[in-house]
Structures are given as C-alpha cells and as structure tokens.
Design a protein around this ligand. Sequence first.
Ligand code: EPU
Length: 420
Amino acid sequence: MEEVIRIEGGHTLNGTIRVSGAKNATVALIPASVLATKPVRLVGIPNISDVKSLKKCLEYLEIDVSSTLSDEIYIDPSHMVNKPLDIEAVSKLRASYYFMGALLGKYRKVIIKMPGGCNLGPRPIDLHIKGFEALGAKVDYTNDTYTITADRLKGTRIYLDFASVGATINIIMAAVYAEGRTVIENAAREPEIIDVITLLNKMGASIKGAGTNVITIDGVKELGGCFHEIIPDRIEAGTFMILAAAMADHVTLENVIPYHLDALMSKLKEAGVHIDSKIDYVDIYRSDKLKAVDIKTSPYPGFATDLQAPLSSLLTQATGISTVTETIYPERFKHCEQLRKMGANTSVTYPKATIIGKTPLVGTDVWATDLRCGAGMVVAGLLAEGITTIHDIYHIDRGYENLDGKLQEIGAKIWRETID
Ligand code: EPU
C-alpha cells in the first residue's frame, strides 16, 4: 500500500494562498531552543513531518513539548537530559545535525547518529566539524555515530571555505556559551540564519553581524526563555509563485517577505511572468508567452538551489533554450529524468541542465526523488495533459504544509489516493 498524489493537469488557478512559517528556519530554531534554561515559545511552525521528527528528538531528551495552537510549539528544556541521540527520528532529516551544535554548546558533549535528509549527491559536514574542533572540541566518528566532547569551548576565528548554511548555524550554537569571542568569516547570509540569531539574541545571546558574512558571537553564561515568530517560508512562497506563473489567472500570496525572493522574481519577470509585489504580499499572473532564461544557483541572495527544480518544470513551457547551472549541489538534477518521462526535452551534464522548450507535458507516473523534485513534479502535473501520479510523496510532506490542500483551494484538481 502506498499513498500517492494525483493531479489532473490543465486547470486554471485563481485565489489566495497563505504561506507557512519557514521550514529551514524552524528545523534550526527547534534545536536552538534546547540551549535555553527556561521555556521557549515558537509560533508559525509549519505542519510538516520534519517538525514531527524533531519533536520526537526533543521528547527523547525529556524536554516538555506542548502546543495550544496548531502552529505553535512550547519547548521547556528546564529538566532535559543529554542522552545519545541514536533514535530513528534523527535519521529522518538532515537538520537533526543542529543538535550537534546545540548540545555541544550547552553540555560540552553530544552523541548523535549521522543525520539523514534528501539525497542531493554528496553532502559532507566537514565544515561543521572543523568549526567545533576550532572551538576546542574532540570529534570521533565510529559506527555511523558522532561523539563530540570538549573540556572547554573557547572563542576563536573560524573561516568557512564555503558559506554553508548548516555550518554557520551549528558553529553559532556551539559558540553561544563558549568563553570569549568567536568570529565566523565567510558566514552564510540566508534569512533563516538571521531568524536563528534573532531567537538566540532574544534568549540572551550576544551575536552581531546577522545577514552579513562576518558573524561575531560573544559567549554568555546563561540563556533564558523567549517568544519568537518564525519568518515566512521563502521556498514555499517561491514554489507557489512558480505554480502561479504556470497556471494562474491571478493568484495572491500572503505572508511573504518579497525581498527574500528577489532573485526568483527577477528571473520570472525576465521569462515574461507578470508579478506585482507589495510589502507582505505578491500577485502573480500567468504568461502564455514564456521566454527561456538562464539560472545559476548560489548562496543567498543568489538564486536558491531549492527553487531550481520547480522552476525547471515551468521552463519546459518557455520558448528557447534555458540552462540551469547548480553551484551548491552539482548533482541535484534528478527531477530532469522525471520531467523527461512527461515529455520534456532536457539533458544534464553536471553541473548544468539544458531545457529546450516549449514542449507539451503528458501526465504519467513520476517519483518525488527528494523534496524539491517533488515540488517540481507538482508544477509539471498542473501543466500536463491528463493525470500525473506522484510517488514517494513522503518527501513532499517533509517540507510542504498541506501542499495539495492549499492548491485545491485555488482550483487545482489534486488529490491523494492509496494504491496497492
Ligand atoms: N558543504 C560542505 N561541507 C560542509 C557543509 C556544506 O562541503 O560541512 C557543502 C555542501 O555539500 C553543499 C554546500 O556546501 O555543496 C552548501 O551546503 P549548506 O551547508 O549551505 O546546506 P545545508 O545547510 O546542508 C541548507 C538547507 C537546504 C538548502 C541549502 C542551501 C536546511 C535544513 N537545509 O542545507 O535545503 O538547499 O541549505 O541553501 O536548512 C531543502 O530545503 O530542500 C534543502 C535541501
């Protein structure tokens, strides 16, 4: 038995969608909360399975977790116990690696299984490890398990060879209780990092430089509780912009910070999509005359790697030759194979895909090989003639809250079925 998503393509979309809280901020904010000694209340939590996995990790660490609203989580770490994180929930997502920085920072010791997550080609964590070692930790990796310990953590200067989101956040968390000053150079600048720093500073940390590539952390003795509202999900918003550019007469996205999406919006406009952005909402109208564009992914504020798969589906409908060059995950092109099954004219020579359009797409069986490939298949299914069946939808449910329900509300023919 397997649950699949089915889409009958060709229906026009119309209406308003509310964007949820940012997945990639949430999955760092939840582990960051364990650094506190008092309760932390987070609102804007998306209802996705990655959050469920992280809650299991919190409960395993004997942290009180509750919620009164559906998008809220109340985390009380006052009586937590630092146990080895060797449970299955850890392996369900990449972001469980944030417990490394958080538990090391708070207890000087963490034991954790190798985290899982989407298969996007090689995803090393050497920069995280080098950062912990620079702060004074010893790292052992045996039987798929990291044991990271430190007698003391001492602030230092850390230069990241690549502006890694995960390494930046993990080093910040390991450094908040360290003695003295830590400076991270070539830090990543993603909005989700700013959100984590905002939370930590509300808890009492002393972190400067959020949103720049030099972040300074002055160690403190204690972090208290706080209330924090999570930023909107720029990747979910971007996915809806692309969906709307494919099929909307007029779709409005609410709860958006448009400047987080400048790179995508400028590419969509270049392709001929009509977009009107205001302070916290965006109107999008489909274009029947899409033009080919060239995309190159890069760290924020560049074009987000997480949006290249959904955009690739749209580009099958653009006239001319589009190229997508991936500088973050050079092998993140599994969606191209799925698009070919639907009739797309696309070829891949790592790290670049070429899409020649416009070609009609025809519904068939496709696989969500990872989260954003899944989003790409939804875009393709809406565009295709006939019925598209998407398999392995647990990837989609890891990172998009109620994607099919939100699309039904604006007129998409999309539903779930259980098949043998
Ligand atoms: N890298 C290293 N060594 C490291 C860390 C990263 O070589 O120690 C390399 C990676 O292999 C990759 C590049 O640096 O080539 C960027 O990796 P980064 O650390 O920035 O990515 P991440 O923290 O693992 C987060 C998001 C991803 C998103 C990337 C890039 C989370 C949980 N994940 O991953 O999101 O693609 O940043 O923006 O925040 C997704 O949401 O679908 C997703 C994969």
